[in-house]
Design a protein around this ligand. Structure first.
Ligand SMILES: [Zn+2]
Length: 308
């Protein structure tokens, strides 16, 4: 199969910022993550980390505050990422975790899933959700996250159980371990972290625009331990090693970013006002993404790459 088309994989990590070099409260400072460090030009992902262009990646400390006072929140931050607009400024506050009416209206007006679909591109959110989550959303008991709302507004389905089994979607923890530990599945696919990274890329390459959203990081930021934080980043590091080995730099743009800081400071259970890391992998990273400064600059970079 030839993969001459351009494709984007947006890996969204909820609630990871660039924090202090303090191993007592920052899991990014408490262990080594060789793949993540390589993506940042041999730097750890910390407040002191500088913008750098490595042989394969651009590492950019990115502003999630966007000129609006207060702690950045998930709904407005995610909406800024997926719309390319300064959502906190437009609604006058940082808001979350789920989008309010004002944010939902802005997502309905324009978002990157919608733009991709209108341009005739294939787009998907490539992590799946168990039946209970689908039911909660359908019954109105739970609201979609901003990026799920964006997907919905574009008329695209949220994946579920069927796609776990068929290998067309990954679980939120990449490996599928969580489906067994927390949801009682016994026969869903299990991947090693490295295999899961390769699998994520394999699924992403079926689309022009694929997004993978990981939100356990924000949960650990709110109420997790240092050990859990280090364990999760070790997993992410191994997933990224697999993803990078499978990635096609010539035709692809892989982006890692976050909506706000949280897990980089486990001394409290709240979000932080730190910058977040944006990493862009691909040959076209400088022509498309060199001017990223805030969360609102990511969608325009993706639009330049896909010409949508
Ligand atoms: Zn949060």
């Amino acid at each position: 199969m030839t993969r001459s088309h351009r494709h984007i994989l947006l890996i969204f990590m909820d609630g990871i910022g660039l924090g202090d070099d303090n191993p007592d409260c920052n899991p990014f400072a408490a262990a080594e993550y060789p793949t993540l460090s390589a993506l940042a030009g041999s730097q750890r992902w910390l407040k002191s980390s500088q913008r750098v262009n490595t042989t394969r990646s651009l590492f950019i400390p990115t502003d999630p505050r966007m000129g609006v006072p207060g702690k950045p929140q998930s709904a407005s931050g995610q909406a800024a990422i997926i719309t390319g607009r300064n959502i906190p400024a437009l609604i006058g506050e940082h808001y979350g975790p789920r989008p309010n009416q004002a944010i939902r209206a802005l997502l309905a007006e324009d978002n990157f899933f919608l733009r991709a679909v209108r341009a005739g591109k294939r787009a998907a959110l490539i992590e799946g959700y168990p039946p209970r989550r689908h039911e909660e959303i359908a019954s109105g008991k739970a609201l979609r996250a901003s990026y799920q709302e964006a997907l919905h507004q574009a008329g695209l389905p949220m994946f579920g159980e069927r796609e776990f089994y068929s290998g067309d979607a990954l679980a939120v923890d990449w490996t599928g371990e969580a489906l067994r530990t927390y949801l009682g599945y016994t026969d869903t696919p299990l991947y090693s972290p490295y295999e899961a990274g390769q699998k994520m890329v394999e699924i992403a390459q079926r689309y022009d625009f694929a997004m993978f959203s990981h939100w356990l990081t924000d949960m650990i930021g709110h109420r997790g331990t240092m050990e859990e934080g280090v364990q999760l980043l070790t997993l992410f590091d191994a997933v990224m090693a697999g993803a990078l080995d499978a990635w096609d730099d010539e035709h692809g743009l892989m982006i890692i970013t976050s909506d706000h800081g949280n897990m980089e400071d486990l001394s409290h259970g709240k979000h932080t006002e730190n910058d977040v890391a944006t990493v862009i992998v691909g040959l076209h990273r400088e022509t498309c993404a060199a001017d990223i400064r805030t969360l609102a600059d990511i969608a325009p970079a993706m639009a330049r790459f896909l010409t949508v």
